[in-house]
Ligand binder design. Structure first.
Ligand code: SAH
Length: 216
């Protein structure tokens, strides 16, 4: 795997995640191994290991590293899991997921972002990730059901059709709330009786919008 980060910077990155409460060793290792500087815009490379979201093409963002690590930790991934991500963006979250589960299907509504993410993930050898141009509000039926679902764009509510794509015992995490302003991360677990819902922390994500984007 190619990495362009220098060790002190990488150590500081790890340290800041630990300090903020990320303790899952496998998650920390994945965050260490995936070079975030490959996923940001060229002009932002110097800031790639700061704990902040950054702008990417199509007016979208790559999430803050802490939020990526936190959501990943909350998913409690296993190596045999099939995972669905809605909102590929840069592909960074998908790359982190790919180290910790069996297969990732990630859906993006902008062709430019999907194409760039696919190229980066191939370069990194993340060959268990499938990047698809599509609408996360309308996941193709033939994609089947998932052990884990992670939504990385703000939804006003979690569509029932999406929750129904969880396998029994499956976990879904999504930022839920108004498109403008703050959302709350919600964790749904599919139980025999239905769904268990828990609110986690407040976050800010770009909105989940319906349909494939008309502009590239
Ligand atoms: N996970 C990304 C960050 C996502 S930003 C990363 O690691 O970089 C949110 C992304 O969700 C944006 O790229 C946006 O275009 C996409 N998105 C918004 N609504 C969507 C939808 N209905 N289906 C698929 N992708 C969507």
């Amino acid at each position: 795997m190619s990495t362009t980060q220098n060790p002190p910077r990488q150590m500081m990155f790890q340290l800041s995640l630990r300090r903020r409460g990320i303790s899952d060793q496998a998650v920390l290792r994945a965050m260490e191994e995936i070079p975030r500087d490959m996923f940001v815009e060229a002009a932002d490379r110097a800031h790639a290991y700061r704990d902040s979201a950054l702008g990417i093409a199509c007016g979208q963002t790559i999430s803050q590293p802490f939020v990526v690590a936190y959501m990943t930790e909350q998913l409690q991934l296993q190596q045999n899991h099939r995972v669905l991500e809605i909102g590929t963006g840069s592909g960074y979250q998908a790359a982190i997921l790919s180290r910790l589960c069996g297969h990732v299907l990630t859906i993006e509504r902008y062709r430019t972002l999907a194409d760039r993410a696919r190229a980066r993930l191939a370069e990194l050898g993340c060959d268990n990730v499938e990047v698809t141009l599509g609408d996360g509000f309308d996941v193709p039926a033939d994609a089947g059901n998932f052990d884990r679902i992670i939504v990385t764009a703000a939804m006003e509510q979690i569509p029932d059709a999406l929750a129904q794509r969880l396998k029994p015992g499956g976990v879904l995490i999504a930022p839920v709330g108004p498109h403008q302003g703050t959302q709350t991360l919600v964790r749904l677990v599919r139980t025999d009786a239905g769904f268990e819902r828990k609110q986690l922390v407040d976050v800010r994500f770009v909105p989940a919008l319906p349909g494939i984007a008309r502009e590239l």
